[in-house]
Each structure stands twice: as C-alpha cells, then as structure tokens.
Design a protein around this ligand. Structure first.
Ligand code: BGP
Length: 489
C-alpha cells in the first residue's frame, strides 16, 4: 500500500510568520514582534522596544490577516484537505493574563476556520508556535514560572471550547525540543519565553546567538511545558473526546560521521538529547531511563520534578506524534571535522549530501529512515510530517513566472521517501509542507529565504505589494494532492 486513503495533504504556516497586523484588533505583542531580520551570515537580533526606524518583519509579514480568504482559495485549488496554522496567543490574551479573552481575536479565527470548512479543508492548529505573549516573558519569566502553566491552560480552554466543532486536530507546542538544540538564548526565547533580565532591558540589538541562558532554568521551563502540554491533552479530551491532540518536535536526524564506536555512542547521546527526550515524555508519558544521567551530565538538578507532575505527564500522552524534517546532520568525536551552517542546529557536514544556500543538508533517505525508526520507537501512535520544505532564492521572470525546479526536485524526493515508508508499514497519516506560501523565515527573519508554492511580492527592504502568484511547484503539488501521492514525477 502507498499513501492510505484519506491521507492528509496540505501545508503549514505560523501566525507570526504570515499574519502581520501585529497590533490590530486588540492583539498584544508576542516574542517574534521583538525580532529584527538577518540573513545566512548575519544572525537575527532582538530589540525589545519597537524602534520606529527598525524593520521588524513579523509586524506585517505577508499580511495573511487581510489576505486569508484569497490564500485559502489558492490552497483549495491545490487540492488540500488539511491546513496547519497557529493561533497567535497574543490575539486571544493580549497580555497573557487578561481576565477575559479578546473577542476580535477569537472572531478572526472563527472566520478563518469557516473559510477552511468551505473547501473541506481540515484545520490543524498549533496552539503555541513561538508566539508567547511578550508580557508573559517580562512579567512572569516565561515557562520557568509555574503560574504560566495555568495561563496556558486558560488559553487552551478558551480556544478548545470556542472551536470545538470547527477544529479536530491540535498540536500543543511547536518544536518543543528547540530548547535542547544547543546552548544560547534562542531556544529559550522562542520555545520557552525565558530571557535573562539584562537582555530583556537591552537598548541595542542583541544577536540571538548571544542571548544569555541558564541551563537549570531552561530545563525547569521545559518540564513546565511538558506538564502544560499533558494538562492540555487531558482538558481537550474532556471538552471534545474526538479531538486528536499531538506533540511537535524539530527532528534533526543525526548520523555518526565515522564508524568509530565512539562516534556511534556520541550519536546516541545527541539523538537522545535533541530528538528523543521530548518525544519520549510526550508520547510514552514518562522520562526515559537515561534522563537521570543526561541531566547529571548537563548539571541540572531535577528536584523540580514532582510525583504529581509525573502522574499528569503519564495521563496526558498525545494522540499522534508530529515533527518537522528538513535535513540531517553528522556528529563525530574527531577533531577538525567540517561543519555546516544550518542556523540553530550547527551540524557536521555529510560528504554524501548537498546543502541548500542556508547550509541545510538535503537528505530524503533520512526522512524514510526517520519515519521507520519512529514507527518502531512509538508503535502505538500515528505519525505526521508537519513541516518539510526547501528555502531558496527565487527568480521572477519578465512574464511573472517562477521556475522553481529545485524546489520541485526537493519535494519529489521527500514525497517518494514517505511513500516508501508507508509501503513498509509506517502509520503516516499526513504531510504539511512548510511555508506553502512565501513567508518570514523564523531563523533569519528573511523574506528572501522562500519556501512557497505561492510567491508573495514582499522583500527584505520592506518593499512589495503583497501580490500572490503561482510558481511552477504550485502545479506540481496540486497533482500530488489530487492523486493522493500517486503522481509524483
Ligand atoms: C521550523 C519552524 C518554522 C519554520 C521552519 C523553517 O524550525 O517551526 O517556524 O520557520 O523551521 O525555518 P526557517 O524559517 O529558519 O527557514
């Protein structure tokens, strides 16, 4: 069997990277609203005050807030039956701890979901995609403060009740493991809403890679997110037992660079820390056996983990496991190995793979390997690839056409890899490509790093009129979706 009947085909976006309208209809500031742009060689920077002369890409993004009807019509034209998007927490609770939710924000998503329904597109909603309200960062210290679990739960209860008949598929936290992806404050800020005091009050832009972090605080905050996620799963099932609530991790597949057994062991450690820790907790409902020694190695005191937390984590396991997959990396204990840039992940270079202009190593076989490994590790849950895509510079021809054969070739090989995994029995239920419409890059803040099947006329200097147009890949993906993955070439 190749792709099963009813397989979910679509694309994925995040509110902060597409909506814009960053203060419209009562929305409060959230973390990405404080970030300036960068590029492959220039890290994004953080500047807490909104400097009127600075260019904050999320403020207007691609103005999806005012174009969603047009965009969803284009998605429907491609034959989608699922659309992954996030609700921007700050549209619903502008300060994170407001007594009442913001009705205008709720109404916006009502209308967005109605639009999906019109075309029989199932929304898949990420509850928190790096969009922690800024006031939660400054007033509470993000998820390092247990009080934020309740704020998150109140937000979940509000949207679960409001959309209980409109949304079936939910993901709690986007790439919850980003906090484990190396040292530095970016994972803390994006994933956990945690910042050190001196950075919060910065008056000059700070490189994201230079943000300070405190490891003890990071893992306490991550644990609080595990508890928050599990509580959300329990609550969601009480509100609507038909809800399917999943986790989401950034899966960066890692290989040992050499057959040196030391590299094999190093690879296990790397995969455990970066990929397996979070999934084991959220899918299996318990910290893995090696967690104690891992925390010891990291110098993290785990006395913050209570028996009550563990019982909640056990009860609130997810209904399906989802992940982003863009690339693989290598690891070695040998000195002098070449590395690849790949912002946020910085991996070892694989001599057998080519990389994108941003250093992300293209590895479709790695996707098959990952799916088959995950199906063994978590045999009782369906899997879904909720992000996969190719960031590239696109050229608009004089007649307006965009011949993005490099993107088609990336997707072809990855769809074929998923097909093989399905044939080998992997319970894969869906696929949402990342950035089906060009949007702001999370890592670099660029528009120029384009992922879309749909081009958006918007540029890093702030010019462009937001007009949408179809790239060659649009027509290719339409055939894939309409044929349930039978027509790939
Ligand atoms: C994932 C994020 C997305 C998205 C994607 C591509 O880590 O969940 O938000 O942005 O990566 O990354 P980038 O935008 O840096 O190219």
């Amino acid at each position: 069997m190749s792709f099963p009947k009813g397989f979910l085909w679509g694309g994925a976006v995040a509110a902060n990277q597409c909506e814009g309208a960053y203060l419209e209809d009562g929305k409060g500031l959230s973390v990405p609203d404080m970030l300036l742009g960068g590029d492959v060689n220039t890290p994004r920077t953080f500047l807490p005050v909104t400097d009127p002369n600075a260019f904050y890409p999320s403020h207007e993004a691609i103005d999806f807030y005012h174009h969603y009807k047009e965009d969803i019509a284009l998605f429907a034209e491609m034959g989608w039956n699922v659309f992954r998007l996030s609700i921007n927490w700050g549209r619903i609770f502008p300060n994170g701890d407001d007594a009442e939710p913001n009705e205008a924000g709720l109404a916006f998503y009502d209308s967005l979901f109605d639009e999906c329904k019109k075309y029989n597109i199932e929304p898949l909603v990420t509850i928190c995609h790096y969009e922690i309200p800024w006031a939660i960062v400054t007033k509470y210290g993000g998820f390092s403060n247990r009080a934020v679990i309740d704020l998150f739960l109140k937000y979940c209860e509000t949207i679960f009740k409001r959309y209980k008949d409109k949304v079936k598929y939910w993901l709690t936290f986007n790439e919850i493991n980003i906090a484990c992806m190396g040292e530095g404050g970016i994972g803390n800020l994006y994933g956990l809403g945690v910042m050190e005091e001196e950075d919060i009050n910065a008056t000059q832009p700070i490189k994201l890679s230079d943000l300070k972090s405190n490891r003890q605080r990071t893992y306490e905050a991550l644990h609080n997110e595990f508890v928050a996620s599990a509580k959300a799963v329990i609550l969601g099932h009480e509100i609507n037992p038909d809800f399917m609530i999943g986790n989401m991790i950034a899966h960066v597949t890692t290989y040992p660079l050499t057959p040196d057994p030391k590299d094999i062991l190093a690879c296990i450690d790397e995969e455990n820390l970066k990929n397996n820790l979070c999934c084991d907790v959220q899918v299996r409902g318990e910290y893995p056996v090696w967690a104690c020694s891992l925390f010891k190695k990291l110098g993290v005191d785990t006395s913050f983990i209570t028996d009550e937390d563990l019982a909640i984590i056990k009860k609130g396991t997810v209904d399906f496991h989802t992940f982003s997959y863009y690339m693989s990396n290598c690891i070695t204990t040998h000195q002098g190995a070449e590395t690849t840039n790949a912002n946020m992940t910085h991996g070892g270079k694989n001599p057998y793979l080519k990389a994108s202009d941003w250093g992300w190593q293209i590895d479709p076989d790695g996707l098959q390997y990952t799916l088959e490994t995950l199906a063994d590790r978590y045999p009782h849950v369906p899997l879904m690839v909720v992000e996969n895509g190719f960031g590239a510079f696109d050229k608009v021809e004089e007649d307006g056409s965009i011949h993005d054969d490099y993107r088609i070739s990336y997707f072809k090989s990855h769809v074929k890899a998923m097909k093989k995994a399905c044939e080998n029995g992997v319970p894969l239920i869906g696929y949402t490509t990342w950035g089906p419409i060009d949007l702001v890059s999370a890592g670099t803040g660029q528009y120029a790093k384009r992922y879309g099947f749909i081009y958006v006329d918007r540029h890093d200097d702030g010019t462009g009129d937001f007009a949408r147009s179809k790239k060659d890949s649009f027509f290719w993906y339409k055939k894939v979706c309409e044929s349930n993955g039978e027509i790939i070439d």
